[in-house]
Design a protein around this ligand. Structure first.
Ligand SMILES: C[S@@+](CC[C@H](N)C(=O)[O-])C[C@H]1O[C@@H](n2cnc3c(N)ncnc32)[C@H](O)[C@@H]1O
Length: 232
């Protein structure tokens, strides 16, 4: 068997980014993490990343793990995992502010993070929640940058992190949150890839939203960025 064939026979990684389209009703949504959590992330995407960038026994960290999607995915594929958040909805999540992660430097194999994208969702009453700051303020990026620098500190050299973020269009004002965040992340990490995450059953593709878009003059678009970057 050629070297390439051996490599492919050993790996079961699926490199596609299209998943079964029942989204919130999908079993993966229900079994991974507390499914009613606001802005719960898509487990299959976390799983792709963890499978691709780590090996069995590696340590995965999610500094803002919310419902614990990353915890469930990592355990399922036999990785060690630590999930932090300020809003505790299950006992295996550790209460911690992402701007000061209680781990040694160069100790983690992969980080996944899906932070607040602005102040559009109320996660908790904790004053330290970055989701209380609008993405229209510089402070939002300053605070997330502190988290980025912590991720860079705890990651082992050459190890990878996945960072999810989305732009904002609210009250006739567009904010390029993705580009603004990327500029901050580039100070700490080397770019590897950007994936655009869209929903097959995008809820804006309905008559009501088409009418609103015409009336208020905005585009029907909706995607999130998944930044894949390496500790440089
Ligand atoms: C988009 S949600 C994460 C959802 C998660 N990926 C999931 O699948 O359930 C963002 C999370 O960031 C948390 N958060 C906001 N500011 C934080 C901070 N300073 N430290 C730790 N967590 C924070 C919120 O409590 C919220 O759970």
């Amino acid at each position: 068997m050629s070297q390439v064939a051996t490599l492919f026979s050993k790996t079961k990684i699926d490199y596609s980014w299209s998943f079964s389209d029942k989204t919130r009703k999908d079993t993966a949504y229900i079994t991974h993490g507390y499914h009613r959590y606001p802005a719960k992330f898509i487990p299959q995407i976390v799983s792709r990343l963890v499978e691709k960038y780590t090996n069995e026994g590696d340590l995965i960290v999610d500094p803002m793990c919310g419902s614990g999607t990353t915890i469930d995915v990592a355990k399922e594929i036999k990785r060690k995992v630590i999930g932090y958040d300020l809003n505790i909805v299950r006992p295996d999540v550790i209460k911690n502010d992402s701007r000061a992660i209680p781990l040694e430097e160069n100790s983690v194999d992969f980080v996944f993070i899906d932070p607040p994208y602005s102040d559009n969702i109320k996660y908790s009453n904790d004053e330290r929640c970055i989701g209380k700051i609008s993405c229209e303020k510089i402070e939002f990026y300053d605070e997330l940058e502190k988290t980025a620098s912590e991720i860079a500190r705890i990651l082992k050299p050459d190890k990878v992190m996945g960072w999810v973020i989305a732009d904002q269009w609210i009250k006739k004002k567009f904010t390029a949150v993705g580009f603004l965040m990327w500029q901050r992340l580039e100070k700490y990490f080397e770019p590897m890839d950007i994936v655009c995450i869209t929903r097959h059953n995008q809820t804006s593709n309905t008559g009501v939203w088409h009418n609103r878009a015409r009336q208020f003059n905005f585009y029907l678009r909706g995607f999130k960025y998944l930044f894949i970057m390496k500790k440089s």
